[in-house]
Design a protein around this ligand. Sequence first.
Ligand code: PBG
Length: 335
Amino acid sequence: MTPDLPSPGFPIARPRRLRYNPLVRGLVRETELSAGDLILPLFVRPGRGVRQEIGSMPGNFQLSPDTLVDEVGAAKDLGVRSFILFGIPPDKDATGSSALRDDGIVQQALRAVRSAFGAGVLLMTDECFCEYTDHGHCGILHKRGDSLDVDNDATLTILAEQCVSHAKAGADVIAPSGMMDGMVGAIRRGLDAAGFPHIPILSYAAKYASGFYGPFRDAAESPPQFGDRNTYQMDPANGDEALKEVALDLAEGADMVMVKPALSYLDIIRRVKDRFRVPVAAYNVSGEFAMVKAAAAKGCIDERRVTLEILTSIRRAGADMILTYHARDAARWLR
Ligand code: PBG
């Protein structure tokens, strides 16, 4: 019965009838959450034996390729099968050239994890330049009037190269996050020309200029050195514009689309799902994670209960999959 159908009304209608027995509650539960829906973000940097905890993100580490393999193995044992990799390169320059090298940090990480686990894990790669540029912006800069800004079309060229390099190193899914116009089309053409027409693109289609990325920028050592990301990431006040971004990305060949962050944008997740009926991912970002951890550490909330409630709410809003730093804990609790 949906609310818009005629109801007999009280006392014939008693919604509580379906809440007394936990097994009945289970039968009528509308939203399922399982470890298979979760994607764990991981940060990789050069070296051996590195396992450096990220201060604002308890339980998350900067890892070297060898310890990354251990981390993936441990998460896999808990039931997490999908991962998204972020690289912290040894050197940065104006164009982020270390992102394109065959022996770049993400490329090394892909090979190491693949040789350890084969097809038993799904490896996604975040495609952006903010971790690789010395200025911390998500592409190549040029002058626009009196200020420096990201050169959209010049960035598309290197973005496609980065994606092809990651596909060659074994990425299963390519996830561009830079919010450049035309990025999905450029990447699709690049992948197809390089012999990767079967590799799907998960576009960060509706990515907002958000304060909730704070802890990530420490983790990935990628804060912008001047200015902000407001000329490429979306204004948090806009909803219709997210639908336009998604429509454009789908027209360019995106196979899946993402809304990011998740919690302040549950309405956007729902609108995208209702309008397009395509696979939707939501990124439960670093600041959202850090707030839960901080409140739990203070004893203000029950971490397990709140985490599962948050992840369920993102699924209920319409997300098919969730990128989340809670993936390991949630998988353990859902066993
Ligand atoms: C860009 C990127 C960012 C995040 C994922 N990809 C940061 C940004 O746009 O500044 C944020 C993820 C998080 O906060 O957890 N490469």
